[in-house]
Unconditional design. Structure first.
Lengths: 202, 223
């Protein structure tokens, strides 16, 4: 029996599918193992770069990547990086996340000890290119609008996009994305206020 | 099908252009062509996947029986895209931060399965690689062109943020039209469909014109 006719046998097909699936899983497992270290390293470098980006110069004289405290936030652990100047905590840096238009938006923010925002950067998102991706600082200066804001300024009901009666701009064609970022930052401010003693006291 | 690489290139770039002739891959086309830079990025990423997928499919074409070819190709392409995604994230991280948005969209690009099914499964490895390249470049050209038109009408810019994608040396490509607020509709999906419609109509008119001219030249002069 030659291969041509063997290929058409019903028994050949599930075996072939199985072998292909096995090979594909093998390739994925291998690629995942081969890349996970480099991906983790690249993300750690990104984190270090963005941490020093949200923190204004001159606020830290310590290695804040090492000075961390882990706190619970709605069931998840949040790592807080503490920038110190002369021993006292000058700012807290942490990640918050909120569901955007397409998946989760991860936001990194720095808050000073009075509860004012020092800087906000979007770390990771999957928003629509050309519309929602204006939350990235290199595409639009929008995220700078958070700087200097605190829970009392603007008032809590003004912590929203302009469409919802708030003070922050939305983008033409994309409201859900900036709304999610504003919500994430507001959540971060509330979180900081609730845990202020633990963060700057320790 | 032939091994004539010139005609394969011409098919991919014009006669059988993924977007303008086959009308495949409408989802990434509409989603990504909000600017020329995005179109270019998506096109280049797709080209790489298309070439590799065509080569792989062509290599295993004698082993796969026709009844199960579709699931086999789907698994193959999905795996390939995932591996490319992880490899870029690991070793080309800066490029990944720019193109990463598009990679996941390639899985849903039916043009890749389409080329596997229409070409790679019937042709040799080299011809399939050329076909993948031609189709990919045709796709890239179409996306960049639509993206540029939409960007120009919608935002008044050309190749905005090109330096993020291609490096600072390409900043000269970025052009901003001063004092033009832009027509948002063109950035939104309806604008994309409208532009595509006009381009398709334009291509047909042009081809008709060329065909008439060719027919007139072929006819005897005395007639």
């Amino acid at each position: 029996m030659n291969f041509e006719s063997f290929r058409e046998k019903i028994g050949y097909q599930p075996v072939l599918l199985g072998v292909i699936a096995l090979l594909a899983s093998g390739a994925l497992a291998w690629a995942s193992a081969a890349t996970s270290g480099a991906i983790a390293a690249a993300e750690a470098k990104d984190l270090r770069d963005s941490l020093s980006e949200v923190l204004p110069q001159g606020l830290a004289d310590n290695d804040f990547l090492k000075d961390t405290v882990d706190l619970e936030k709605s069931g998840k652990t949040v790592t807080i990086y503490r920038a110190r100047k002369g021993g006292a905590v000058s700012a807290a840096l942490f990640k918050v996340a909120e569901r955007g238009y397409a998946g989760e938006i991860q936001v990194l923010m720095a808050v000073d000890r009075e509860g004012r925002t020092l800087g906000v950067r979007v770390l990771k998102h999957a928003e629509t290119p050309g519309l929602g991706d204006k939350i990235e600082v290199k595409k639009d200066p929008w995220v700078h609008s958070f700087e200097g804001k605190s829970l009392g300024d603007p008032a809590p009901e003004k912590w929203g996009v302009k469409k919802d009666g708030g003070v922050f701009d939305q983008f033409a064609g994309a409201t859900i994305t900036p709304r999610a970022v504003v919500k994430a930052v507001k959540g971060g401010m509330d979180f900081f206020a609730a845990h202020k003693a633990e963060i700057i006291g320790g | 099908m032939s091994d004539n690489y010139g005609s394969i290139m011409k098919e991919g770039l014009w006669d059988q252009n993924v977007v303008f002739a086959q009308l495949l891959a409408m989802c990434p086309t509409m989603a990504v062509t909000t600017s020329g830079t995005n179109g270019l990025g998506m096109g280049l990423a797709t080209t790489v996947v298309l070439v590799v997928s065509n080569i792989l499919v062509s290599m295993i074409r004698h082993t796969v029986s026709s009844q199960v070819r579709i699931p086999v190709f789907v698994v193959l392409i999905a795996t390939l895209v995932t591996v490319v995604d992880m490899a870029m994230n690991a070793w080309l991280h800066d490029l990944y931060k720019v193109l990463g948005l598009f990679i996941a969209l390639i899985v849903v690009n039916c043009a890749i399965l389409g080329r596997a099914e229409a070409f790679a499964v019937k042709n040799g490895v080299a011809a399939s690689a050329v076909d993948g390249l031609a189709m990919g470049l045709g796709f890239t050209g179409a996306l960049t062109f639509i993206g540029l038109i939409r960007e120009f009408l919608g935002a008044g810019t050309l190749f905005a943020q090109a330096s993020n994608l291609l490096g600072p040396a390409f900043a000269f490509l970025e052009i901003k039209l001063p004092g033009y607020g832009g027509a948002l509709l063109m950035i939104l999906p309806p604008g994309g469909f409208a532009i595509l419609g006009f381009l398709l109509a334009g291509k047909r008119v042009m081809e008709q014109h060329l065909a008439e001219k060719a027919a007139a030249q072929a006819a005897p002069v005395a007639a």
